[in-house]
Each structure stands twice: as C-alpha cells, then as structure tokens.
Design a protein around this ligand. Structure first.
Ligand SMILES: Nc1ncnc2c1ncn2[C@@H]1O[C@H](COP(=O)(O)OP(=O)(O)OP(=O)(O)O)[C@@H](O)[C@H]1O
Length: 599
C-alpha cells in the first residue's frame, strides 16, 4: 500500500556547494586518513612520472653511449624509487580503505539511530526497500565518493600535471603541441561520454524496475499462483526486459566504439610526437629516450581520459546517493518530546479521548470529535467493519500518532507532556502478525524486559500458555525462530508475543486482532493467555472473532470513526442493534463452516 502512495523526491546528481561541503564533512573527523591518502596518491603519481624521466635519462646517458656503471646507477635510482612507490601504494590503499569503512560506519550508525527516532507516519509513507537502499548501497556510494572516486580524481590531476612538468623539462616545444592537443582529445572524449552515461542511466533505471518486479513476484508468489497471474506477470516482465535489452544494446555499442576512438586519437598524438620528435632528432635537438618518454607520458595522460566515463558516472550517482542519505538524516520525526516533557511514573489512571480529531491525510478525516473515557483496569473491545477506525484508536493510545485536534489524557494529564519513551515503556502491544526477531525463543520473550532472568521468561511463557509447545521443540527455549520467526506458526508466534507482553508487565495492553487465522485449540490457549495479560491492566482489544471478547467490560462498535454502540456483550445483544447483527451473522457463518467441515 505504502509503495503506491510513495512519491520519491527527485535528487539532483549535480554537485551543489552545500552537498559537497556536507560530503567532505563526513570525512573530516578522520582527517589524518583523508590527508594521508591524498598525499600518498600524489606522491605515487609523481614518482611514476619521475620514473619515466629516469628511464629517459638511462636510455640517453647510459644505454646509447654503452656506459655500464652509469646504467647501474640509474638502475639503483629506479629500484629505490620503486621501493618508495610500493610504500606509497600501500599507504593510499590502506588509508582510503580505512577511511571508507569509517565513513560507512558513521553513516550507518547515524541512519540507524535516526530511523529509531522517526515516527510511524514516516514508515507508512516510505517503502522499506527505499530505506534499506539508503542504509546500504547509498552509504557505500558516498563512502566511495570520498575515497576511491576522489582518489581517481587526484591521481588523474597529479598524473597530468606531473607528466606535463617533465615533458616541458625534456622538450618544451613538443610539450606545447601536447598542451594544445590534449584539451581537444579530452573534449571529444567527454562529449562521447555524455551519450554513454545517458544510456547507462537508462539501463540503471530499468534495472531498478526489474529488481522491484522480481521482489514483488518472489514475495507475492503465493498470491500470484492463487490468482493464476503468472502469464500476465510474465508478459509485463517481458516488456521490462525488452526495454532493458534495447537500452543495454545501445550502451554496449557506444562503449564498444569509445575505446577504439580513444586509441585512434592517442595514435594521432603518438604520430605527431614521432613525426616532430624524429624531425628534431635528425637535427640533433631531441633524443631517443626523450621520444620514448613522451610516448609514455601521453599514455599516462590518456588513462584518466579512458576512465573518465566510469569515474564521472560513479561520481554523479554518488552525489545523488549523498542527497538521498542526507534527506533521510534531515527528516524530522512528526512526534517529538517537548523540552518540558517528563518521564511518567505510571499511566494506570483513567484514559480519556477528549474531542479528538485525527486524519492520516488532510481532507480525509478518520476520527472527528471522538470522545471516550476508560476506567483503570477496564477491558475495552473494539469491533466493527473494516476501515472503521479501530486500529487508529489504538495507534493514538500508543502515541504512534498524535491527535490533530483535541487531547488524550492519562490520569488527567495530556499524554504529550510525557516523554515518548516513558509512555511507551508502560504499554504492551500484541499484533495480529506478531513480529519476532531472529534469535532464540528465550531472546524473543526476553525482549519484553531485557533484565528478566531465564526463570522469569519461562514463568511468562507458562502464563501465556506457550510453555507446552516450546517444551516439545528440540532445543526448547533455545530453539532458533528463524528470520522474523518464519520457523514458527502464526499461533505460536502470537503465544510468544503474549509471553513477551506478560513479561514486560505493562500497565496498558493493546491487542490488535490477536486471534485471527489460527486453529481453535491455539485460539483457546491465546484466549487464556490474553485473560492473564489483561488481568489487572487496562486493555484495548480489537477482535474480528467476537467470541473472544465476550468477557470484555465494554464493547465499542466503531464505524466511520464513531462509536455506534457501547455496552457489555449481554447489554448489546439485548439491544439487538449493530453488535447483535455482527454477532449473529458471525455465529451463523461459523456454524455453517463447522457443518461444512463435518459433512
Ligand atoms: N497509515 C495510513 N495512511 C493513510 N490512511 C490510513 C492509514 N491507516 C489507516 N488509514 C485509513 O484510515 C481509516 C481507518 O483505518 P483503521 O486501520 O483505523 O481501520 P480499522 O477499523 O482498524 O480497519 P481493519 O479492521 O481493517 O483493521 C481507513 O479509511 C484507512 O484506509
């Protein structure tokens, strides 16, 4: 649902000063590593250019005249420089690698902490996949930008500058030809690159749609098979892959002709050097070593040009990634503690909705002027048609959302004056599809109260009637529940989440449709567990199976955000109104289903 509502902001891949400064700020706490790798890479590029200069002199002054001792001296300088080079290469790889890891570590921690603070409404509107990409691939790209992409850039610039310096030292006239020719070569290559980058961008955009399609088709495989949607989905997927094929074909074609073009342009530069250098050599103005050095320098300078597409494309992507990461960091939680909010000791008192208005989307009110007073220890059951507002009421009690107008009072005090943490620590929530975390059953129950002992965990499981099924498992409380509890049935997960809530000893209990989609035996166990949990606490239960809430102190029939009827099970049946209709209809349906099963 959230996915269809979600409109992603468009993030620019042009580097603004503000974004650039913020990207750099990610690296500044680790400035020794940043400075270290920039220095190491500059020295590396310089030594490489210097080595070529040494080889030139070795050819001219030792190899051609046949001077053995001189050649040995050059060899020693060359060897020493390579030892230094090994050190600087190690230095920049080490510093860049560590800096990248540090940046990723900082950003991951920052995002994770921030996600804990964001309000429910944010997660309603934002697809999980979007958030996960921000925390993984986008963070990786930001870190790559400050390390490997920056390294490529510094390397390229130092390479070109030092090659130029040595070329001018060797032969300034020939160097001038290169200075004039180089920008022409680079601008042709750049123009070409623009097309290639554009095509690859199209490929990436189609690719993310294909990933989304895979995701939907894998996660929704049961529904797809049940509704026999395979053929339709295959044809939709076919269109996407056709588009992908066409865009990839153009990108590959352009990439394939790019390299030969660069090579041709380089060959033209080589040709010019050979022609002019040879001409000067004939006049005794140039040496063989000089010609060889020029060819090496031009090759050096063409490397960054060839790599331009990759680096430029990656940098553009990384800037867009950085903007997405920063936009998530900058998102303010809708619900925040005020400076004068305080830790509430207890919320055992009366709970009052006083003239509450609420909407998720403006112009679409869910509750209007809603009022309700709940006495301490009362169990309130919320029933009614789907979309009536039952979950919204409990979401407001949990302060996952706050009233847009009106107030919610607990013990006579507006609950906005309490810190969220202190309020929510007094609440126990059991959801229809309980969420378990990967780990053991013991870990999952203890999640309710981290300091609880093993005995207390087992006691809570017994009270929740979960102990019997746990005792039958191979490793009992140390059985792994699998990712999100996939190794357990829905009923078993509910029993565990009841045990977790019992262990937390909450003052207010919220149960959202905790009894649907399970067998009768487990339902009975859950019913007993619920009774234990509700005993002595104020409770709100949303149940579609009306048989489970017969003992509630008050049943509220909620329809279109209004209380249509209110009273005990008996009172409402006697009234023969909405509840009576709901109850008898459901009772009849269940009877028919039972007859069908036994016939
Ligand atoms: N996160 C949301 N964003 C936008 N609208 C929402 C959101 N959650 C619920 N709604 C809308 O608010 C209204 C009340 O929904 P709510 O979930 O409270 O009803 P409910 O009675 O609990 O329904 P059900 O029994 O199906 O769970 C519905 O119209 C629903 O579409």
């Amino acid at each position: 649902m959230a996915e269809s509502h979600f409109k992603e902001e468009s993030f620019s891949n042009k580097l603004s000063f503000k974004t650039a400064a913020r990207i750099v700020r990610q690296a500044t706490p680790h400035w020794p590593l940043l400075i270290g790798f920039i220095l190491f890479i500059m020295v590396t590029a310089f030594i490489e250019a210097f080595n070529t200069y040494i080889v030139k002199n070795a050819i001219d002054l030792a190899v051609i005249p046949g001077d053995g001792p001189m050649l040995l001296r050059f060899m020693m300088i060359y060897g020493s420089l390579h030892i230094v080079l090994a050190g600087t290469v190690f230095g920049f790889i080490y510093c860049a690698g560590r800096l990248g890891e540090q940046i990723q570590y900082d950003l991951r921690k920052k995002l994770f902490n921030h996600l804990q603070d964001l309000s429910f409404s944010y997660f309603d509107k934002t697809p999980v996949g979007w958030i996960i990409s921000r925390c993984t691939s986008d963070i990786q790209r930001v870190s790559d930008l400050v390390t490997w992409n920056l390294l490529d850039l510094v390397w390229a610039i130092t390479n070109i500058i030092s090659a130029m310096v040595f070329m001018f030292l060797i032969n300034w006239k020939l160097a001038l030809i290169v200075v004039v020719a180089m920008p022409i070569l680079i601008s042709i290559a750049l123009r070409f690159q623009k097309y290639i980058i554009g095509e690859f961008r199209k490929v990436r955009s189609i690719n993310s749609k294909i990933t989304g399609a895979y995701n939907e088709n894998i996660t929704g495989v049961k529904i797809i098979k049940a509704l026999v949607r395979e053929k339709k989905n295959l044809s939709l997927f076919g269109q996407l892959t056709d588009n992908m094929y066409n865009a990839s074909y153009r990108a590959v074609w352009l990439s394939a002709i790019f390299l030969p073009i660069v090579q041709l342009l380089t060959a033209v530069a080589f040709g010019a050097v050979l022609w002019f250098g040879g001409f000067q050599f004939k006049l005794g103005l140039f040496t063989i070593g000089g010609i060889q050095a020029f060819i090496s320098y031009i090759t050096f300078m063409m490397w960054p040009v060839q790599d331009l597409a990759r680096v430029y494309g990656e940098m553009q992507q990384a800037v867009a990634s950085a903007e997405r990461v920063f936009s998530l960091i900058d998102t303010e939680p809708d619900i925040q503690d005020t400076p004068d909010s305080y830790d509430v000791e207890s919320v055992k008192g009366e709970i009052e909705f006083r003239n509450v208005d609420f909407y998720y989307e403006e112009n679409n009110p869910v509750l209007s002027d809603f009022s309700l007073t709940v006495k301490p220890g009362e169990t309130i059951a919320l029933v009614g048609p789907t979309g009536g507002g039952k979950s919204t009421i409990v979401n407001l009690i949990c302060r996952f959302y706050e009233p847009k107008k009106g107030r919610i009072l607990m013990g006579g005090r507006d609950y906005r004056s309490f810190t969220q943490q202190s309020l929510q620590s007094k609440l126990g929530v059991v959801l229809q599809t309980p969420h378990l975390f990967s780990g053991t059953i013991m870990d999952n129950i203890r999640y309710g109260r981290l300091e609880a002992s093993d005995e207390e965990v087992i006691e809570a499981a017994k009270l929740a009637h979960a102990h019997d099924f746990i005792a039958e498992l191979d490793k009992q409380y140390y059985e792994d529940v699998g990712e999100e509890g996939t190794l357990l049935s829905v009923g078993q997960k509910q029993l565990i989440s009841l045990a977790r809530a019992i262990l937390a000893k909450p003052e207010i209990i919220i149960m959202d449709e905790a009894t649907s989609s399970i067998d009768t035996l487990t339902e009975e166990l859950i019913q007993k567990g619920m009774d234990t949990l509700l005993d002595g606490s104020t409770g709100f239960v949303i149940a579609h199976r009306l048989s489970t809430i017969r003992n509630a102190d008050r049943i509220l029939v909620i329809e279109s955000g209004k209380i249509k009827e209110m009273g005990s099970h008996r009172e409402l049946l006697a009234k023969r109104g909405h509840y009576f209709d709901l109850y008898t209809r459901q009772f009849r349906r269940e009877r028919q289903r039972d007859l069908h099963v036994f016939s």
